[in-house]
Design a binder for this molecule. Structure first.
Ligand SMILES: Cc1cc2nc3c(=O)[nH]c(=O)nc-3n(C[C@H](O)[C@H](O)[C@H](O)COP(=O)(O)OP(=O)(O)OC[C@H]3O[C@@H](n4cnc5c(N)ncnc54)[C@H](O)[C@@H]3O)c2cc1C
Length: 399
């Protein structure tokens, strides 16, 4: 077993660090702009997407004919780790463009769909930004309960219904939408399909939801007699549930390496701060930091295992869920330990004179504030544990 990256991969790591120095402002804060909460921030995020595209990094693992570089999963892992560590924004093309729209189109899409949508994402342009419409007011963990309908009329689907918590819907050009195409199906897991919707279509209304710390990250999206050509159906009609179970692995699988980079950086900042304040003289502080450091190392190894499995051409089943549960646990510990260490400074926000302190400590605070949301996004801890039980331990299924 050779447990290190190749020279080429290490050189690539250095190249990314040079990019960070050249392109991100020197006072770039951990966690800063993560939600792109103003037009100005969004413009900056998109400018970085464009530069990542020009470097050939944005969609590096995709095949060349669809705008990728055919890069290995290991090279992509180095990119994800460094991206998380330095907080490089603009890597996602909305919440879903890079991580699961492209890979899902390779698995289930038509050649026409691949050639139309994937190069748009790979170009890092606003027309390649996606949102994902899965959740509804009565369909979150119980995703198969979704009610939004797409009824076929001639060469079109007519869509009516509502989605909720749709991240980046206000910025997206396209929606990766889960709909019910057969309202009379025998079970609720059948009769679901995936349809691509142009967010500029008449009848689409996006209404912002501000989260409890005042950020505009997600939205409600309403569909009122929205007409979509049948060519926008992805994969087989009424088989959407089964397709999604595969493509959700990409959503959750992409989390681990970037999260590892992010968590490692937050830990390093905390250690630096605690040391500077003389707090590391206290044994309980040293032990809490050591505890979370162990978890972060475990996270690194599990992330590598998931990538290794994917690089062998095997589809991950329970591993992405396992990685996500572990990350949620680490975020809980890291932010709680962090808030203990920071004390009153933990209440600083990114504004005005507070910026100097935010730069050093803001990542921890923003982590704490976003903790509940982060652990629900892409499926809650209990949903993930049900998946681990079923696919990892061979226990009875939960639905
Ligand atoms: C930051 C953020 C971004 C998001 N972005 C998007 C997006 O872009 N697109 C999108 O479609 N959705 C998005 N979501 C929604 C997210 O997918 C849902 O919040 C999530 O699936 C949980 O659904 P829910 O909120 O309806 O909670 P519920 O499903 O109502 O769950 C409430 C609680 O009950 C528990 N629970 C439910 N069922 C079970 C069970 N069978 N066994 C054990 N416990 C159970 C859950 O774990 C949870 O603790 C986002 C959410 C957040 C927080």
């Amino acid at each position: 077993m050779e447990f290190r990256f190749s020279e080429q991969e290490e050189r690539f790591r250095e190249e990314i660090r040079d990019f960070v120095k050249a392109e991100l402002p020197p006072d770039w804060a951990l966690g800063m702009f993560e939600e792109g909460d103003s037009d100005e921030e969004w413009a900056f995020i998109m400018s970085i997407s464009k530069k990542l595209s020009q470097k050939g990094w944005l969609t590096m693992t995709w095949p060349r004919e669809y705008g990728g570089q055919g890069a290995s999963g290991w090279k992509a892992l180095v990119y994800a780790e460094e991206g998380g560590y330095w907080g490089i924004p603009g890597t996602g093309m909305g919440v879903s463009g890079v991580s699961w729209v492209g890979p899902s189109l390779i698995l289930f899409g038509t050649e026409e769909q691949r050639r139309k949508y994937m190069p748009l994402i790979a170009a890092g342009e606003p027309d390649g930004v996606w949102c994902t419409g899965y959740s509804e007011p009565n369909a979150g963990s119980d995703f198969a309960n979704l009610r939004t309908q797409a009824i076929r009329q001639g060469d079109e689907y007519v869509i009516n219904g509502q989605k909720i918590w749709t991240s980046a819907a206000h910025q997206a050009r396209w929606c990766w939408l889960a709909v019910r195409t057969d309202p009379k199906s025998r079970s609720k897991h059948e009769g679901i399909s995936i349809i691509i919707v142009d967010m500029k279509s008449p009848g689409v209304t996006v209404r912002p939801i501000r989260n409890y710390i005042g950020n505009h990250h997600f939205n409600e999206v309403f569909f009122d007699e929205v007409r979509v050509p049948v060519q926008n159906l992805v994969g087989e009609e009424n088989r959407g549930w089964y397709q999604l179970m595969r493509s959700l692995g990409y959503e959750r699988g992409g989390v681990a390496a970037r999260s590892y980079g992010h968590n490692k950086r937050v830990l390093e900042e905390l250690i630096r701060y605690a040391d500077g304040q003389g707090l590391t003289a206290r044994s309980e502080i040293r032990q809490e930091l050591a505890d979370v450091a162990i978890d972060i190392e475990v996270q690194r190894l599990l992330a590598y295992e998931t990538i290794w499995k994917m690089s062998q051409g095997k589809a991950p089943t329970f591993e992405p869920s396992r990685d996500k549960v572990l990350n949620d646990e680490i975020l809980k510990r890291l932010s709680t330990v962090g808030m203990d260490i920071l004390g009153p400074f933990s209440q600083l926000r990114r504004s005005g004179r507070a910026l100097k302190w935010f730069r050093d400590l803001g990542g921890v605070c923003s982590l704490y504030w976003n903790l509940i949301g982060m652990s629900s996004a892409a499926g809650t801890e209990f949903t993930q544990k049900n998946i681990i039980g079923q696919f990892g331990l061979g226990l009875p299924r939960s639905y």
